[in-house]
Design a protein around this ligand. Structure first.
Ligand SMILES: O=C(CO)COP(=O)(O)O
Length: 273
């Protein structure tokens, strides 16, 4: 079984020193934790841009690191932007694209998300492509349809720009569940993610693509949705390293149930920059 993927975006919650301290705590945890050591879990951390270079050094060998956004363009007169080329140059392997907050607060349109997805793939960055319905629909099938459309739309420019063959990560993040006290119900998440997962597994230009759930994800959720998701995309509930440790424990227990743990396997993120 492929490793479970646990992504964490620190958004803009922490200052610089707190972000680096958190990275050090997570690095220490991950180095010791059997779920990471065995390769059962792959960690991806997206701090704010300023913390990315030091996060890369601190988390080297235990987590991939990336930006929370990237520019659609590769270079030029784009004040305030950071290109995928620069993120890749310093060692990033992943980048968020089209997060609900970027769409809602910074006016990112579908066309922008399309261009940024293409830019990520062009520079060898795995996009964490964020999709999700705005309002809670009655029927998860409607949410799944909307998400499938968002994924296909976001990849619309990528086929020509990318070499093909690079996986993506689809982060299913219903906007109504982000920043909420509780995540969406497990049955709802499973219903949407099972459709999305079947869809992304059929993306022949992006083999190995995965689906993770985000939106108030917290300890206990992975176990409840594990059959239909490839992992979680965590926000606030990863701020406490003990909570992340609890989720790693869950992943380890799930891996033992799968019977696929290979304690001798190299960690998939272990290659250095
Ligand atoms: O948006 C998220 C991750 O990208 C989730 O954030 P919260 O878990 O804090 O709701």
């Amino acid at each position: 079984m492929a490793p479970r993927l646990l992504g964490v975006s620190l958004k803009m919650y922490f200052g610089h020193e707190r972000a680096l301290g958190w990275c050090r705590d997570i690095a220490a945890l991950a180095r010791e934790h059997p779920a990471v050591r065995s390769g059962a879990v792959e960690l991806a951390v997206m701090p704010s841009y300023l913390a990315v270079p030091e996060a890369l050094a601190i988390l080297d060998g235990v987590a991939v690191v990336g930006g929370q956004d990237l520019a659609a363009a590769d270079k030029g007169a784009f004040t305030g932007e950071v290109s995928g080329a620069e993120l890749a140059e310093i060692g990033c392997r992943v980048v968020e694209v089209g997060h609900a907050e970027r769409r809602a607060l910074f006016g990112e349109t579908d066309a922008v998300v399309r261009a940024k997805t293409a830019a990520a793939l062009r520079h060898g960055l795995t996009p964490f492509l964020c999709v999700g319905e705005t309002d809670r629909p009655d029927d998860p099938a409607n949410a799944a349809d909307a998400c499938v459309r968002q994924v296909d739309d976001a990849l619309g420019d990528a086929a020509d720009d990318s070499d093909g063959g690079a996986p993506i990560v689809v982060a299913y993040e219903p906007r109504w569940a982000i920043g909420a006290p509780e995540p969406a119900e497990p049955a709802y998440i499973r219903a949407v993610c099972s459709v999305l997962r079947a869809h992304v597994r059929g993306l022949t230009a992006h083999p190995g693509s995965r689906v993770v759930y985000g939106g108030s994800a917290r300890p206990g959720l992975l176990t409840a949705v594990a059959d239909d998701v490839d992992g979680l995309f965590l926000g606030r509930f990863a701020h406490d390293p003990a909570a992340l440790a609890a989720i790693l424990d869950e992943a380890h227990a799930l891996d033992a149930q799968d019977g696929s743990a290979d304690p001798t396997a190299a960690h998939p993120t272990a290659s250095s920059r």
